[in-house]
Structure formats: structure tokens, C-alpha cells
Design a binder for this molecule. Structure first.
Ligand code: GRF
Length: 215
């Protein structure tokens, strides 16, 4: 499965995906597309030898499709991509485009809900559980059917930063798990805890035990 990643920021999820794909022949990251030439993700791509496409106009769907099509992309992963994907790109990659969000959607998502703001909103609400969500991309921010979720408990004394850190650690496992499961299945599959697909690596180590031992 040929995977393209769209990212605007530091690209730690992109890195997690690169690392996971190194362990398997079933999925390869073939492109990083970004709207920010100075994004940390670009340095990571260069280090890994992954081609970079800088999106000049984020509303120009034809140009984005051209970049994806040129690499024969099977799956598009939004990992910290802060712009709305044009409707024609969403349509062209229907059921083949996913996004990761640092909260349990459908709560705490939508326009303007990114980065620290998400975790501030979770803490301000008094919610005792947050987490990470992977969902299919639609033409609205953070909407589209949910593919996988993993909860993260809010702790007494949490700050937006401490919560963000624990959620990010979970994201780094959940996103590769979804991509590797899609690669094995030949298309995106929902992951439910306890099911065989709910594993993090090519050796099918269960994600749940990894996470329990983790953050
Ligand atoms: C992650 O929290 C992701 O869920 C959100 O943006 C952040 C990107 O972080 N969509 P990174 O660039 O992968 O470190």
C-alpha cells in the first residue's frame, strides 16, 4: 500500500508511520505533502528519503490530486494537516483518506480545534477521559466515520501540555495500527479493541497491551 502523508507541523505522527512502515513490506510512505515548507515534517522526510511536495495553494484540489496521483497513492493520511482538504480531493480519495485527531471525536473537534486548544477545551469541560481518534476525511473538519479510538484518562493536575503528551504517545501507536491494518486488508478497516486487527506492528503485537504498559 502506497501511503501519502499530509502534515503542517512537527510531524511526529508522520515519523511514527515511517518507523512502523520500515518494519513491514506491506506499506510504504511514498510522499509527504505540506503547506509549510518549513514544517518539521519536511526535515523528517528528507532524512528518510521521502519525496516532499509543497502545496502552494491549499484550495487548489487539482494540484493536490496531481501530486498524489503522480505517486500512485493508495491511502492518504492527514497527520497534523491544518487546512481543509478540497472537496474534489476528498471525493477522489473517498474511503482512502484518514485523519488523526487528539481527542475522542465527535467531541472537541471542528474548525479551530487543533494542538493545545483541544486539550485546553477538554480540561475546561471537566471531562475525565480524552484520547485519540482516527476517522475518514470528509469535507468538514474532524467529521467522517470513526475508524479507531483510544481513550486516555485525564489526571488530576493535568495541564494542556501533560495531557497532550500522553495523547500524542497514544496517537503514535494508533495511527500506524490503522495504516498497517489497512495495508493487510487492502483497504481501510475499523479497529475495535480486542479484535485481531487491533495490533501495532507487522509481528501483530496487540495494541492494547502495548498501550496498557505505555503512557
Ligand atoms: C496531532 O496531535 C494530531 O492528532 C493533530 O495534530 C497533531 C500533529 O502532531 N491532528 P505531529 O505534527 O504529528 O507531531
Amino acid at each position: 500500500m502506497r501511503v501519502a502523508v499530509l502534515a503542517s507541523g512537527s510531524g511526529s505522527n508522520f515519523q511514527a508511520l515511517l518507523d512502523a512502515c520500515r518494519e513491514t513490506e506491506q506499506a510504504t510512505v511514498v510522499l509527504l505533502a505540506t503547506n509549510r515548507a518549513d514544517a518539521g515534517a519536511v526535515d523528517r522526510a528528507h532524512r528518510a528519503g521521502v519525496p516532499v511536495h509543497v502545496i502552494g495553494n491549499v484550495a487548489d484540489g487539482a494540484a493536490i490530486r496531481e501530486a498524489l496521483d503522480a505517486q500512485s497513492v493508495d491511502l492518504v493520511v492527514l497527520a497534523g494537516y491544518l487546512k481543509l482538504v478540497p472537496a474534489d480531493v476528498v471525493a477522489a480519495y473517498e474511503h482512502r483518506m484518514i485523519n488523526i485527531h487528539p481527542a475522542l471525536l465527535p467531541a472537541f473537534g471542528g474548525r479551530g480545534m487543533y494542538g493545545r486548544k483541544v486539550h485546553e477545551a477538554v480540561l475546561a469541560s471537566g471531562a475525565t477521559v480524552s484520547g485519540a481518534t482516527v476517522h475518514l476525511v470528509s469535507t468538514e473538519y474532524d467529521r467522517g466515520p470513526i475508524i479507531a479510538q483510544w481513550p486516555v484518562a485525564v489526571r488530576a493536575g493535568d495541564t494542556p501540555e501533560t495531557l497532550q503528551q500522553r495523547v500524542l504517545a497514544v496517537e503514535h501507536q494508533l495511527l500506524p495500527a490503522v495504516v498497517l491494518a489497512a495495508a493487510r486488508a487492502g483497504g481501510i478497516v475499523r479497529l475495535l479493541p480486542g479484535e485481531p486487527n487491533f495490533c501495532v506492528s507487522a509481528d501483530r503485537r496487540p495494541l492494547s497491551s502495548t498501550l496498557t504498559a505505555g503512557p
